[in-house]
Ligand binder design. Structure first.
Ligand code: MG
Length: 371
């Protein structure tokens, strides 16, 4: 049962290239399946989320993170009466544009592009992947996804101004995205804030006392779990605490979003789109706690000395390879050399690097920059 403010597949803005309907899958289900079968999707498996494989092979990578986001998003969307097929497609596609090496790779690629008057943005890159780079179908380039999935790729995590991005005008930049897309940014946060605590603790880069010292949210749930399981091993108490933090964030997002929709008197998709701000949100106290947790992870994990060497490596490798191909464009594979005849060379190199997995960029670095 869809809520009155949900996206209905029958009212989709459709595909660029019209296709006959499928006998038993609707358009959003087909989009989901197209994403899962895309080459860029399979590459997520070998792209860093936070930890490289050097730490462990059971930590999250970008693919398992994506699956976690899809799982959380489906649960929340179903509770809110949103279109779970669309939500699933949006969750599965949300990180498709990420380059190798997680955020260090993104930063380095953006820095390299800025030297030539361009920039790199993973949402815009994801749109290029699904519109152009995936070559699977005989009658068109790209995946020919519905309007709502393309719009969600652009609008799930930030707002783009029409003045800076005239090429995105078709995505209704003056309007809010549907709730299905608004959710993704927040479920992404739930997924990585809890997962990074988990992997950080497992990697022994974070200790229970250290987390408890700065994150009240954790302290509260950890002491409850400790009281409930006084004799359990620390790791199991930690898991129980994490589980209830996770559950609390999900529950708050559901309840608070439903209340905001109700309070705004929104009863249609149009109402969601025209509302002055995004309606999907945590409640103010939970939002505050979420920020505290995020800040803690930034200070103690993402920018910790333990991860610094890998970050520097990632930035150096990305930057040097980029510079190498700027100097020696003949070293690019033939299809990229051909593209460079029609598009600026930095953009072509950026597209090539952004598509790479961590192992592949290492291999290219050894080959062209001497390792
Ligand atoms: Mg993500």
């Amino acid at each position: 049962m869809l809520a009155d403010y949900a996206v209905r597949v029958e009212q989709s803005g459709g595909r660029r290239h019209p296709e006959p309907p499928h006998p038993y899958r609707n358009d959003f289900q087909r989009d989901r399946d197209r994403v899962v079968h895309a080459r860029a999707f399979r590459r997520l498996e070998a792209k860093t989320q936070v930890f490289t494989r050097r730490y462990s092979d059971h930590f999250r990578n970008r693919l398992t993170h994506t699956i976690e986001v899809a799982q959380i998003s489906r649960t929340i969307a179903a509770q809110l009466g949103l279109n779970t097929d669309l939500v699933e497609a949006l969750a599965l596609v949300h990180d498709l544009g990420h380059p190798p090496f997680g955020h260090s790779g993104e930063k380095a690629l953006d820095a390299a592009m800025r030297e030539h008057g361009f920039s790199f943005d993973h949402n815009l890159h994801a749109l290029r992947i699904v519109e152009d780079f995936e070559i699977r179908y005989a009658s068109f380039r790209g995946l020919n996804l519905t309007f709502e999935v393309r719009e969600g790729i652009i609008k799930h995590s930030r707002d783009y101004g029409a003045d800076q991005h005239p090429e995105l005008a078709e995505y209704l930049l003056d309007q809010r995205p549907p709730l299905e897309a608004q959710l993704i940014d927040l479920t992404d946060e739930i997924a990585y804030n809890t997962a990074d605590l988990d992997d950080g603790y497992e990697a022994r880069l974070l200790q229970v006392e250290q987390i408890a010292d700065s994150v009240d949210l954790f302290t509260r749930h950890y002491s409850e779990a400790r009281n409930r399981y006084p004799n359990a091993a620390e790791k199991l108490v930690f898991n129980e605490a994490l589980k209830s933090i996770f559950d609390g964030l999900v529950g708050d997002l559901i309840t608070n979003t439903a209340q905001r929709v109700e309070a705004a008197g929104v009863h249609s998709l149009e109402g969601v789109r025209r509302h002055k701000e995004r309606l999907a949100a945590f409640s103010p106290p939970v939002e505050e706690e979420r920020h505290r947790l995020k800040d803690f992870l930034h200070e103690n994990l993402y920018y910790s000395p333990a991860l610094a060497a890998e970050k520097e490596d990632a930035e150096r490798i990305t930057g040097e390879l980029f510079a190498h191909w700027m100097e020696e464009p003949d070293d690019l594979p033939r299809n990229y050399r051909e593209k460079a005849a029609q598009e600026p060379l930095p953009r072509v190199i950026c597209d090539y690097i952004a598509g790479m997995t961590d192992p592949f960029i290492y291999q290219q670095y050894e080959k062209y920059c001497g390792g």
